[in-house]
Design a protein around this ligand. Sequence first.
Ligand code: BES
Ligand code: ZN
Length: 845
Amino acid sequence: MTKVERLIERFIPEHYNLFLDIDRKAKTFTGNVAITGEALKETVSLHQKDLSIHSVLLDNTALSFSVDEEREVVDIDLPELGNMTLVIEFSGNITDNMTGMYPSYYTVDGVKKEIISTQFESHFAREVFPSIDEPEAKATFDLSLKFDQKEGEIALANMPEVHSERRQETGVWTFDTTPRMSSYLLAFAFGELHGKLSKTKNGTEIGVFATVAHKASSLDFALDIAERVIEFYEDYFGVPYPIPQCYHVALPDFSSGAMENWGLITYREIYLLVDENSTALSRQTVALVIAHEIAHQWFGNLVTMKWWDDLWLNESFANMMEYVSVDAIEPSWKIFEDFQTTGVPAALERDAIDGVQSVHVEVSHPDEINTLFDAAIVYAKGSRLMHMLRRWLGDQDFAAGLNHYFKEHQYGNTIGLDLWNALGQVSGKDVAGFMDSWLEQPGYPVVTAKVEGDTLILTQKQFFIGEHEDKGRLWHIPLNSNWEGLPDVMTQAVLEIPNYSQLKDQNTGALRLNTGNTAHYITNYEGELLDAVIAELPDLDATSKLQAVQERRLLAQAQIISYASLLPILEPLKDESAYMVMAAMQSVIADLRLFIEEKSEEEDHFNQFVRELFHAQYERLGFEKKAGESDEDEKVRQLVLSNLVTANDKNMMAKASEIFAQYDGNLDSIPASVRLSILSSQMKMHETPELVDLYLSTYPTTRDANLRDELAIALSLTQSEETLERLVAALKDKDVIKPQDLFLWYMRLLRNSFSQEQIWTWSRENWDWIKKALGGDMSFDSFVIAPARVFKTAQRLDEYKAFFEPQLGDLAISRNISMGISQIKARVDLIEKDKPAVVAALLAL
Ligand code: BES
Ligand code: ZN
């Protein structure tokens, strides 16, 4: 098996002087790079991928070299060791796969235009210039660019432009020297971009840019958030933002969500631009994404993981800090609640499948690097672990430890232990000892709590959904109980606490563990302990309610309890008005639908139940925003309306039709917070070729990426063969559906039972095309994950296996294939075993 080579062991780069001459028409570039560094061996290698290397010079003498496409390198024979400058001439192509240097496509007044930009993480700098393309190989970069600049066009890079006067004559854009940094953080973008600028208190220039297809006003929200977030981090980390600029650019084509290039952060349009007609949810998402990428300017850019196995040092941290910072600048948003409804369930579900990766994970093959970016693990679980640690240490020690860490390691590289040491030094606690079991082991524990005689017994055991092999793993569990008298941390498999009745008398209320739901475990209360928690449920705070619902739901997924037992938990929550609790309830509702045959009696009963469950909030909120209404109420309204559409609420949908008619085809004027439900209900009630025409023609032309996404959701509800034909045809038409959005369509069309067969067949028949359209980066594996999240029959399981098992040799997707099989199996088994009880309970409603 190919091992990942570490090229830095043979050549240590210090500085790159890079010039690129870009021909947009021909979609090619030529360039040269002078790399100064130290050679430790006589044969050195530089990364390159799909480049033509024309010459390698040392002191004006040509050296012999050979390109090895398989290893993605050029090998060079050196006459000497030590410090030197290698000069390399090369050329390459601009291709459409959203890595390296690539075009983004957009239209202004019917005219097709392009922006050129870069995406180098994780290892695509090598597609643009020869380099030691490893995070540890930090160096400074001088970048200059030449392109056929036209009126109205600008170029941006990590650093400000220098010598702009020279550009008037030469046409060459030259940018200031970067700080010492990893190659994956280099970036540039050019074309018809417009932007808005401001300055932080410390003088950093903030800029937000987009193509001229967007109104300048759509940049304002991001500009304000970016400025305040930077100031927050400077304060919290105690280290100033290290470079002169912090620019943010929205790109029409973008593979992931956003990318933290130092000083030039790039985004999907939907994650940066905010239209006047926007929702609270979308503004909060934009703020979180910006806060995430700015956190990377310290965590990742200033201090970088030594190697990709410690990717969590970047991503888990940024994912945690985005919440800490947004909470600090906008406390009324109660943004930690958002993590409870998104990251927490994502981590708990995926981390329960046997075969899942640990947060810290070895990388032994190049193809494995992309698989590291598992959102539920490295992002959601990883950040959950950081929240857990922050609570254990207390915010003050946590922030002080970070300050220590940045000061000691700035412009350098680290491993996890460096961070634990910094936090340990400040807090005096054994941080490494505490965190190891969480970082190094996959999965998480379920703590069973029960009373036997007068003894309270807590047992920890790994929690699994589906087939598994129990390896007897144990964790250092912070119990975080609401009762006094329990230990701080439980490390053993079984903990017996005597004199339960005395303990109970000393405390008030039901015994609860993991208060605040910040630690990565779930609790299975048994007997009287469960009864006490359930009895108290209506009076608990929103987080505890959500937690109780979430935990019971997971226990049901694992077949430890029946889904039927969840109905009596939902019922008392009928009048609930907290968004986070309702989101947890909605997950249970979605799960319960797994057991229900379409158009059956139990479906009627269940829909009636759902309508009643949300009736009080519908009555309270209706469709129209009230003056002075909270963002939370807006989110509740969205959730309620969308559930009522799914549950076929005729009254609600009639009202939706009235509103739709008022707007007379002017889709982008419909108030954003109710738009999705209105568009969906129209599709459900009145799917006509004219409606589909309207949706499909607005889809590629609207400026508003949120509206575009809502149209995709609504169209994916189709019940018409004719519409489905049109949608499937559009999947391969890049002028309608961009490759970056393919996955969203795929997921939604798989979810609709009417379109599932056809889209599943389409994906298998077009597998190679999909792979190519998405290029070599991480987004491809979502096409393996998506069907595993949806399929629920033995037939689909067989088809999934038949298609994917032969691909198990592909390391980029093999883990997801085996986890996918296990996930579908678990679901098929769950439905078979639990269905009679669930259907009986639904019929009895
Ligand atoms: N560093 C990542 C972007 C990235 C991911 C590059 C995978 C290469 C491969 C960036 O900081 C990030 O995490 N982006 C997220 C969005 C974020 C707000 C959670 C993403 O793209 O999903
Ligand atoms: Zn990130």
